[in-house]
Design a protein around this ligand. Structure first.
Ligand code: HPA
Length: 267
C-alpha cells in the first residue's frame, strides 16, 4: 500500500469512513475558515508527509467534517515552494485527499493585484494561471501520467458554480489570471510590469503547484484569491507579510460567503 493510502487509513480511524467530497486549501490569513467546519481537527504534526514548519498566518491542521452539508477536508495551512525549495511539497496531502475520496479541490490564497479596478479586499476567481516560476511539482515523476494537460486547469463547471454563488449573495468577485512567483521575496516593480504584459491579473506564491498536482491526481480544481495589496510599484502601499496577514480578513469574509453558498448548492 502507498504511504498516502496508509495516512488516509490513519485519518479514517479518527474521523470515520464517510468519503470526503471536496478539499479546501486555505491561504495566508484564511486559516480561521477551518474553524467553521463541524468536524475533527488533526494536527499536521501527526500526519507523515504533511508540512510541519509552516508559515505564520497559516493553521497547520487538517479538519475533516461538514461545511454547509458537504463532507470536506480543510487544509488549514499549506507548504510553499519557498520554504524548502520543493515544488511538490503538497503532494502527500493532496494524494491523501484523493485517497479520502475527494473529486474536487478549491485552493485559496492571498495575492497582489495587477489591476487597478481590483482593490485590496476584493476577491478573484482564477480563470487560468501563468507559471512564472518555471518550477513544476511533477519534475522527477517517472510515469507518463506526468504529461498533464493544463488546458482546462480550472474546472469550468466549478468556476461557473462559484461565479453563480457570488452573484446570488451579491458578492463582487472578479475573474482573472494568477501568476505564480516563487517568493519568498516579493516582486520588483519591473517584474510586476513584465507579469502584467504577460497577461496576469494577480500574483502570488502558491496555488499553481497544487493545481498541477491536483490535475495530475484527477481532481477537478478551482481557486480563489483574496487581494491583500496592489502589486509592487502599483501604489504607495507598503508590501509585507504582516500587511498580507492584516488585509486577508477583508477578502476572507467575502470568500467564506461564496464558498458556503457554493457548497450549499452541492449538498
Ligand atoms: N506578491 C506575491 N505574493 C503575495 C502578494 C504579492 O504582492 N500579496 C500577497 N501574496
Amino acid at each position: 500500500m502507498s504511504k498516502s493510502a496508509d495516512i488516509a487509513d490513519l485519518i479514517r480511524e479518527r474521523v470515520g469512513s464517510e468519503p470526503v467530497r471536496l478539499g479546501l486549501v486555505l491561504g495566508s490569513g484564511l486559516g480561521h475558515l477551518a474553524g467553521a467546519v463541524e468536524g475533527i481537527a488533526i494536527p499536521y504534526s501527526e500526519l507523515p508527509g504533511f508540512p510541519h514548519a509552516g508559515v505564520s498566518g497559516h493553521n497547520p491542521n487538517l479538519v475533516i467534517g461538514t461545511l454547509e452539508g458537504v463532507r470536506v477536508a480543510v487544509f488549514g495551512g499549506r507548504a510553499h515552494y519557498y520554504e524548502k525549495g520543493d515544488p511538490s511539497a503538497m503532494r502527500t496531502p493532496l494524494e491523501v485527499l484523493r485517497e479520502l475520496g475527494a473529486e474536487m479541490m478549491i485552493a485559496t490564497n492571498a495575492a497582489g493585484s495587477l489591476r487597478p479596478d481590483m482593490a485590496t479586499g476584493s476577491i478573484m476567481c482564477l480563470s487560468d494561471h501563468i507559471n512564472f516560476s518555471g518550477l513544476n511539482p511533477l519534475i522527477g515523476e517517472p510515469t507518463d501520467s506526468r504529461f498533464v494537460p493544463m488546458t482546462e486547469a480550472y474546472d469550468s463547471e466549478m468556476r461557473a458554480g462559484l461565479v453563480a454563488a457570488a452573484a446570488e449573495d451579491k458578492v463582487p468577485m472578479a475573474q482573472g489570471i494568477y501568476a505564480w512567483y516563487s517568493g519568498p521575496s516579493f516582486e520588483t516593480p519591473a517584474e510586476i510590469r513584465a507579469i502584467k504584459m504577460l497577461g496576469a491579473d494577480a500574483v502570488g506564491m502558491s496555488t499553481v503547484p497544487e493545481v498541477i498536482l491536483g490535475r495530475f491526481l484527477g481532481l477537478r480544481c478551482a481557486a480563489i484569491s483574496t487581494i491583500t495589496n496592489m502589486a509592487a510599484g502599483m501604489s504607495s502601499e507598503k508590501i509585507s507579510h504582516e500587511h498580507t496577514k492584516a488585509m486577508a480578513p477583508l477578502g476572507a469574509a467575502k470568500l467564506e460567503k461564496v464558498l458556503r453558498r457554493y457548497l450549499r448548492g452541492l449538498s
